[in-house]
Each structure stands twice: as structure tokens, then as C-alpha cells.
Ligand binder design. Structure first.
Ligand SMILES: Cc1cc2nc3c(=O)[nH]c(=O)nc-3n(C[C@H](O)[C@H](O)[C@H](O)COP(=O)(O)OP(=O)(O)OC[C@H]3O[C@@H](n4cnc5c(N)ncnc54)[C@H](O)[C@@H]3O)c2cc1C
Length: 417
């Protein structure tokens, strides 16, 4: 693509903003229109289950980019605008209000949507998923009501978002039950040793945790508000607030309707290209085709940011593959988890540090190996280990399990060998 023309970005979240700004950094001089269907200017999503929900952050801190900052970069932000369809032959997008915009380059950065709980009562008042700032405000208001009226909170789903909400609710003094269908917490993303550690952590903070829980229905009172969660064995857990955190699905419907390949997300290469030379896709809405043919779906700030940079480069005709080690973080109570790499396929692990759950000073890293190769490491309150491991994984260097376990062994030294 030349340095002029009109790039339309669908989705004013992490990936959309990053792509728009990276285009300017790379010297794109044409028009950029950033379309977002939310009414708020771009904001950071991670605090919605953490500091924002806890009331420890104000709107200015949540803001990712103000309209003024974007305008200074000559990026036109339009909020409250939904794209209804893409016409690839005409190179246009049609908006929900009937308007049509022509593009020379199109960025799909539509994010993802929380999975719905298909059970009776799931649409009652007081039942929330958490994706947007408006969802978080609804949950915060309902938490305040629960504090006043001494009602409990039930979280359905023991993934990161559900557990962060549980930790925040405990901080507010609420009684919290977490119901997880699987036999362990965070089973999709963490090794069993860490699932057990998180279960112990939440229980030590007073969370009532049920693993292998089968939810049958949500109980609804005469006012249409949720009053509890009924389990398959007939027990009812009373609740004034239910937060459902059972995963997300990629927003790939626009792309699929336009005939682009989608498989649990918009299929892109390492440079975020789709099969259409004018269209790239970045962030939660994508599934990246790896060299071995498999697809990788990541839902993280790093993925959205890096793919956003790659998308801008691709529109400028440059190859910028995103192949760096994936990383992620989660804050629960006073524990910061930082994950580097993907532990799927690991067969052994080694632990450095103290895994005590109740000590505020405990700090440790779990290293995951396949044979002698380091695949990933999950650090809790151990930022130095996390940073060293990211560099080691990027460089393809593995410590031995004995070196990994030895707190006196300086991991960073391996980088200079
Ligand atoms: C509560 C919460 C906590 C999280 N915590 C962490 C964390 O600790 N660490 C971490 O790495 N990641 C975390 N994440 C994940 C991270 O926020 C996402 O991976 C990241 O925001 C993805 O960015 P994105 O741009 O792909 O999607 P989004 O940020 O979701 O942006 C997509 C935007 O596109 C809009 N859109 C969709 N369809 C259309 C359309 N047709 N027309 C116009 N606009 C449209 C959406 O409404 C949305 O505003 C968290 C997410 C949530 C919800």
C-alpha cells in the first residue's frame, strides 16, 4: 500500500489504537478512521476486573487515548459507531447508521465477546459478564448494593477474569462463592501445581470454592432479579450478584460474512495478513496460523499490541512477524502472576522460591520443561525471574531444571554465554 489512501480500523480497543498509531509512526500520511461501537473513547480493559472494579482508579487513569491525542495524530475517532458489513469487491464498509466508507486498507480489530450461560435465569437482573467499562460499572454498582444488603456474590467460572472479580469482591468484604465446572481452576492455562496454589490462595482469603460444580439454573425473584444459583444436586447458593466468566469467542462474524477464512477467529499469518491483500486483522478477534499449520489464539494485551504493530507494517507493505514469546499477567489479592511462554506439552516442572500462599513476601517461579527444553515459566511476585525467562525464551536458551530451582543461580547470566 502507498503512504496515502484511507485506512479504516474497525474496533477502537487495544489492537485498533495500536495499529492506527503505528501507521503514523511508519509514515502513513493518508486518512485514518478509527471506528468503535462503544460510547467511550479507547480505554484499558485489564483494570476492569482489578483496580477499576475495586474503585482504586479514576476515569483518567483508565483512558488509553483521548480523542484530542488521537486528533493530534490526525486519527479520526468515531465512537458509538458499529460496522454492519464489509464489501470487499467495492472496498467499502457500511455502518449501522446506513453510511458507507471507502477504504484502501482495512483493519479488523473487533475483539471478543464473553460466552453466554445458556441456562434458565441467565438473563435476570444482577447477572453480568465482564468485557466492557459499562459491564464493570454495572458490577461495581451491584457489589455496592450487595454490601448494603449483605447479599453474597457468586462467580461462575474459575478463569482469570472470574478469579480477579472474586478477589476484588473479597477486598470489599463480600461473601464470595466461585463455581468451577472443571476439577481445577485455570485448567486451560495453568499447570495443576499452580491451579492447586490458586485454589489454596482463594480459600485462604475466605472464598468458598467448589470445583467440579454443575450449575443447573439461576434462581430469579419476583422482581426479576437473581437471588441464587441452583446446582445440579439441588443446593442453592444465595446471591445478589452473579458474574459469569466462562471464556470468550472471537468477534469474527463480519470477516466470515465477507468471505474471509475464520476458525475460532479470523485466520491470519504471523504478519496479521488475511487472504485479502487490503485487509489485516489484529488482537482477540484473530487466530494465528503457525509454521506447523496449527492455529494459535491469544487473548492478551501483548498479542493485541504486537499484532497491531505488525498490521500497520503489513499495510505499509512490510513484513513484521510477531513471533516473540507470549506473556500475560493477572493480579489477585497481593499476588502478581506473570506468565511467559506457553506451558502446553510440558512434562516436568521445577520451582524456584517459596510457594507459601499466606505469606505476603512469598515469591516463586514455576518453570515448565519438555525434556530439557524450557517452554514457559509462571512467576508470582517474582518480576526479575519473569523478565529473565522472557529473554531466555526469545533467545531459545534453556536453564537446566537444577539451575532453574537454585535461587543463587543468576538466570540472566545464561544470556551472555
Ligand atoms: C476484565 C478483563 C481483564 C483482563 N485482564 C488482562 C490482563 O490482566 N492481562 C492481559 O494481557 N490481558 C487482559 N485482558 C485481555 C485484554 O484486555 C484483551 O486481550 C485486549 O483488550 C484485546 O484487545 P482487542 O483490541 O483485540 O479487543 P478489544 O479491546 O475488545 O477491542 C475491540 C473493540 O472493537 C469493538 N467492536 C467490535 N465489533 C465492532 C463493530 N462491528 N463495529 C465497531 N466496533 C466494534 C468492541 O466493542 C471493542 O470496543 C483482560 C480483559 C478483560 C475483559
Amino acid at each position: 500500500m502507498s503512504t496515502d489512501g484511507h485506512v479504516v480500523v474497525i474496533g477502537a480497543g487495544q489492537a485498533g489504537v495500536q495499529t492506527a498509531e503505528a501507521l503514523r509512526t511508519l509514515g502513513f500520511a493518508g486518512a485514518i478512521t478509527l471506528l468503535g461501537n462503544e460510547t467511550h473513547p479507547p480505554y484499558h480493559r485489564p483494570p476492569l476486573s482489578k483496580a477499576w472494579l475495586a474503585g482504586e482508579m479514576d476515569a483518567a487513569q483508565l483512558l488509553m487515548r483521548s480523542p484530542e491525542v488521537l486528533a493530534r495524530k490526525n486519527i479520526t475517532l468515531r465512537t458509538g459507531v458499529s460496522v454492519a458489513a464489509i464489501d470487499r469487491a467495492e472496498q467499502t464498509v457500511s455502518l449501522g447508521n446506513g453510511e458507507t466508507l471507502a477504504y484502501t486498507g482495512l483493519v479488523l480489530a473487533t475483539g471478543s465477546t464473553p460466552r453466554q450461560l445458556n441456562l434458565p435465569g441467565a438473563d435476570a437482573q444482577g447477572v453480568f459478564a465482564l468485557r466492557s467499562r459499562d459491564d464493570a460499572s454495572g458490577i461495581a454498582n451491584q457489589m455496592a448494593r450487595c454490601v448494603e444488603q449483605q447479599l453474597g456474590v457468586v462467580v461462575i467460572g474459575g478463569g482469570f477474569i472470574g478469579l480477579e472479580v472474586a478477589a476484588t469482591a473479597r477486598k470489599k468484604g463480600l461473601s464470595v462463592t466461585v463455581l468451577e465446572a472443571a476439577p481445577r481452576l485455570l485448567g486451560r492455562v495453568l499447570a495443576p501445581v499452580l491451579s492447586d496454589w490458586y485454589a489454596a490462595l482463594h480459600r485462604s482469603h475466605g472464598v468458598h470454592l467448589e470445583l467440579g460444580a454443575a450449575v443447573a439454573a439461576l434462581e430469579v425473584n419476583a422482581n426479576g432479579a437473581v437471588s441464587g444459583v441452583r446446582l445440579a444436586d439441588g443446593r442453592v447458593v444465595p446471591a445478589g450478584l452473579v458474574v459469569v466468566g466462562i471464556g470468550v469467542s472471537a468477534n469474527d462474524q463480519l470477516a466470515a460474512a465477507a468471505g474471509l477464512a475464520c476458525e475460532r477467529g479470523i485466520v491470519v499469518d504471523a504478519c496479521t495478513r488475511t487472504a485479502d491483500p487490503h485487509i489485516v486483522a489484529a488482537g482477540d478477534c484473530t487466530a494465528r496460523r503457525l509454521a506447523d499449520g496449527t492455529l494459535l489464539r491469544l487473548e492478551s494485551v501483548q498479542n493485541a499490541t504486537e499484532q497491531g504493530k505488525s498490521a500497520a507494517a503489513a499495510l505499509m507493505g512490510q513484513d513484521r512477524p510477531f513471533t516473540a514469546t507470549p506473556w500475560f499477567w493477572s493480579d489477585q489479592y497481593d499476588k502478581k502472576l506473570q506468565m511467559a511462554g506457553l506451558s502446553t506439552g510440558a512434562d516436568t516442572w521445577a520451582v524456584r522460591g517459596d510457594m507459601g500462599t499466606d505469606s505476603p513476601t512469598s515469591s516463586f517461579t514455576v518453570f515448565h520443561f519438555r525434556g530439557t527444553t524450557l517452554l514457559a515459566a509462571d512467576s508470582v511476585n517474582a518480576a526479575k525471574d519473569h523478565l529473565a525467562v522472557r529473554k531466555l525464551l526469545d533467545a531459545g536458551i534453556s536453564p537446566t531444571p537444577a539451575q532453574a530451582e537454585d535461587p543463587a543461580f543468576n538466570l540472566a547470566n545464561l544470556l551472555s554465554v
